[in-house]
Design a protein around this ligand. Structure first.
Ligand SMILES: Cc1ncc(COP(=O)(O)O)c(C=O)c1O
Length: 344
């Protein structure tokens, strides 16, 4: 129905469905503005540009994220500066940010990895003292809460991805920024559409990063189900916790300040590759998020980081395994994953 409406109106790019989704998602996150874009990477990229961050600037981010978090910083012309992860939450270790700050630092990007909010208060405190922006990477954390408030809307700008596998996923590429700052929102809106607000009049050089009508129509419908789907993910996490509590795996921990959205249910095993094989033989597909930390990616060889720089991130990348996690998982499926882990 929603898709048919877009086709009927031929509002394939931006248009009323996108505007309706922007209003609904801003309200959901609890901010004034949402600007729909065509990926989470575009969201990070334009958040940085709208903040005036570019050549000569440094941006602090965790070494254990999806590559796009750092890539957006580089594409904006700035330099990513990595920080190690916390051993328990897997998110940026706030105690290690201070030493990474230099006179060139302009922003910090905490990533709400796997659906667990980063510990934001110490990040905000540091940002306030050093006059830095906080750009939340909430690509994996739609509906997750930090101290009772939904993430994305807590920093200066929040970035979301609606890649199909996300907690809120489109039927193709999609992303958005959310912000309480009218000027940031205006600049991102300009940048996403060739620097233009008025057809064929271009104020600045921009991009084609527009959200499609069909994707917005899908997102509008799915947004109504997001809380229920997240609740199911949380229940599945409790079932895994219970079934695996006596295994030798390290299980994910929901931090006291967080309401985890369980985009991924990530365990640690010293014999991760063997375990992954074992599960594959039982027909169970798992993932590794992520096998190579960003500071050790070939693309960042020129930054001269070495193995040993971020021991926690490196240890995690050797040990983490993401078990099947989606709202539609059944109790039987969870039981059979646990069974395959316990009895090889
Ligand atoms: C943490 C994180 N940041 C950024 C992105 C980039 O989003 P997209 O794939 O929509 O460009 C993703 C998603 O893949 C992600 O997981």
């Amino acid at each position: 129905m929603a898709i048919a409406r877009v086709i009927e109106n031929t509002s394939f790019i931006l248009g009323p469905e996108v505007e309706a989704f922007e209003r609904a998602f801003a309200e959901y996150v609890g901010v004034r503005f949402c600007v729909g874009l065509n990926s989470g990477t575009a969201a990070l990229h334009l958040a940085l540009l709208a903040a005036g961050i570019g050549a000569g600037d440094e941006v602090i981010l965790p070494a254990n994220s999806f590559f796009a978090t750092a890539e957006a910083v580089s594409v904006a012309g700035a330099t990513p500066v990595f920080v190690d992860a916390d051993a328990i939450s897997y998110t940026i270790d706030p105690g290690k940010i201070e030493t990474a700050i230099t006179a060139r630092t302009r922003a910090i990007i905490p990533v709400h990895l796997y659906g667990q909010p980063a510990d934001l208060d110490p990040v905000f405190e540091m940002a306030r003292r050093r006059n830095l922006l906080v750009i939340e990477d909430a690509a994996q954390a739609h509906g997750a809460e930090y101290k009772g408030r939904r993430v994305g809307g807590l920093g200066d700008i929040g970035c979301f991805s609606f890649y199909p596998g996300k907690n809120l996923g489109a039927y193709g590429e999609g992303g958005a920024i959310v912000t309480g700052d009218a000027e940031f929102a205006r600049r991102v809106r300009l940048l996403r559409d060739h620097g233009s607000e008025q057809k064929y009049r271009h104020e600045i050089i921009g991009y084609n990063f527009r959200l499609e009508g069909i994707q917005a129509a899908v997102l509008n419908v799915k947004l109504r189900h997001l809380d229920r789907w997240n609740e199911l993910r949380r229940r599945h996490a409790v079932s895994y916790d219970e079934l695996l509590k006596d295994s030798n795996l390290i299980l994910p921990r929901e931090m006291p300040y967080s309401r985890h959205a369980y985009h991924l249910y990530v365990v640690q095993s010293e014999r991760r590759d063997e375990l992954q094989q074992q599960l594959a033989q039982a027909g169970i597909q798992t993932g590794i998020h992520y096998p190579i930390p960003i500071h050790l990616q070939p693309a960042y060889a020129s930054l001269n980081y070495q193995r040993g720089n971020f021991p926690e991130t490196e240890k995690q990348s050797d040990r983490v395994l993401s078990l099947p996690m989606f709202a539609e998982l059944t109790d039987e499926q969870i039981e059979s994953v646990a069974q395959a882990i316990r009895n090889p």
